[in-house]
Structure formats: C-alpha cells, structure tokens
Design a protein around this ligand. Structure first.
Ligand code: FE2
Ligand code: FE2
Length: 290
C-alpha cells in the first residue's frame, strides 16, 4: 500500500454557505475591470459541469477505497456539490447582468465528452490534474489579497470560500488515484499522470483565455487591446498564472503529493477572518448519496 502524506488530523468540512445577494448584479463586479471580471467569470462558467464531473470520476472508485479515503470522498463530494450550486447562482447573476456564457459552457461539455469517452481511470487522472490546478490557484488566491482587490464583497467571499475548501480537499482525488493505480509500475503511473497533466494544462490555458476573450468581446474590448490586457493581468500583474507556475511544475517531481506542502495556515487565516455569523461551524450538511 502506498504511503499517503495527507495529514492524519485533516478534517474536510463542507461549509454550506450562500453568496448570491439580493438586488441587481453588477456586471463588472471585479473592480470595474473588464479583464479581471472576464477571467473569473470564465472560470466560474466551467465549475457547475466541471465539478459534477470531478464528483462522478472520484466516486467511481469509492467502493474499492479504504474507509478513511471513502469518508474523505464523501466530504469532497459534498463540498463540490455545494460549489456547483453557488457557482450556478454566480453564473446566473453574470447572465442577468448581460453576459452570454453559452459558448463557454459548450466548450466545457465538449472537453468533458472527450474524457468521458475514455476508461474511468482517465477521468480520475484528469480530475486529479485539475484538482491540482484548483488547489494551487486557491493557494495563490488566499495567500495574495491583490488577486481579489477591488472585487465586490460577496463575490470575493464566494471565491475565498471556494478556495479554502479546494485546499482542504486537495489530496482526495490524488489519494484516490494512488489507490486505484497501486498495482501499476511506477514508470507507467508517472507517464500517464504527466501526459494527462500536460493535456489538461494546454486545454485549461487555451480555453480559459479564449473564454475570457469572448466575455471581453461582449464588453466591447477586442483585438490586440483585449489580448494585451488579459495577458498582462494573467501573467504580469497580479499575474496569477505566473505565480502558480512553480507549484504546477512540482506535480512532475517523483514523490509529489498535494500535501507535501501543508498550507493549512491559509485555512486558519481564512476562518479567523470570517465575520461571526459566517464562522459558525458549518452545520452538518446532507451528505451526497453514497
Ligand atoms: Fe470546488
Ligand atoms: Fe475541488
């Protein structure tokens, strides 16, 4: 059995929160900036379908998982189901403010259809790779407040809450993968993992960039101006993609595990910064059916 460095005292706690405020949605919720709003909206457009896919992919291996991992899969599922619900609400508000997300959503469905046509272990590998992505994005988002500087409070809260739970469950898909492939030769495991990560990364960067450009176009920003503003935002300042590059590379190191970096101090800081009403220990939410 592979040794698993997920901290023994880690608890994965679904926080059943709701973020959609009453009233009109503000179109450029991210500091009035077209490119900032566009990239976060583009990411959010992928979540409802994407996270449902993560849940399906990991749960396909739950039966065979040891008890502790099976429990973690349950908590992971509950968290992702609530994330989907809240991002659906977030996306609805973006639509109400005039954005058309349908092209972006269609692209997600197209990508998922390709992966789903392969054996279940491929879906699990894709989930594991994408969960590494969400975990390192989440780490950056919580660590560096400049990413959400100027954003509307409720929207920023949604993204921080999501980031916190992504860090908390970042080892689940990975541990499920380690367990499911425990009899594979090391070289094969690494090869599949690396190949899938490269494929996912290419699609992630290309699709999110195209998605953001499409939303910027809907705001009347096009051509070279749109490219320059978006690339500057993603790669220079605040430079999210540049800042996660090192953490992304670590995925390819032998002995990699998401919990090799224990970043639970970010979770503690998140909890400590919550207003009292939100900090009430997350009530036990219904578990997704096992
Ligand atoms: Fe999530
Ligand atoms: Fe996740």
């Amino acid at each position: 059995m592979t040794s698993i460095p997920t901290p023994a005292d880690l608890t994965i706690t679904p926080r059943d929160r709701r973020f959609a405020p009453a009233g009109d949605a503000r179109r450029l919720w991210h500091g009035g900036r077209v490119e900032a709003t566009a990239i976060y909206n583009a990411l959010s457009a992928t979540f409802p379908r994407g996270e449902a896919f993560f849940v399906e992919s990991v749960r396909a291996f739950r039966e065979a998982a040891p008890d502790k991992l099976a429990e973690e899969i349950k908590a992971f599922t509950t968290q992702e189901v609530i994330h989907s619900r809240e991002h659906l609400a977030f996306n609805r508000r973006a639509a109400e403010s005039g954005y058309d997300l349908s092209k972006l959503e269609a692209q997600v469905l197209k990508r998922l259809a390709v992966t789903k046509s392969r054996p279940p272990i491929v879906s699990l590998a894709a989930t594991m790779a994408l969960e590494h992505f969400t975990a390192i994005l989440a780490h950056q988002l919580l660590r560096d407040p400049t990413h959400l500087a100027g954003a509307e409070r409720d929207a920023a809260e949604l993204w921080r809450w999501h980031a916190c739970e992504e860090i908390e469950h970042k080892g689940v898909a990975y541990d499920t993968w380690l367990h499911a492939t425990r009899h594979w030769p090391r070289a094969k495991r690494w090869k599949v993992k690396a190949k899938v990560m490269l494929y996912i990364t290419r699609n992630f960067v290309v699709d999110r960039t195209a998605g953001a450009l499409e939303l910027m176009r809907q705001d009347g920003v096009t051509g070279l101006n749109a490219w320059a503003r978006l690339l500057w935002y993603l790669w220079i300042r605040p430079g999210m993609f540049r800042k996660i590059a090192g953490a992304w590379l670590k995925f390819f190191l032998p002995g990699f595990h998401p919990w090799n970096e224990d970043d639970r101090q970010l979770l503690r800081a998140y909890e400590a910064a919550q207003p009292l009403d939100a900090a009430v220990p997350a009530r036990q939410v219904r578990r997704a059916r096992a």
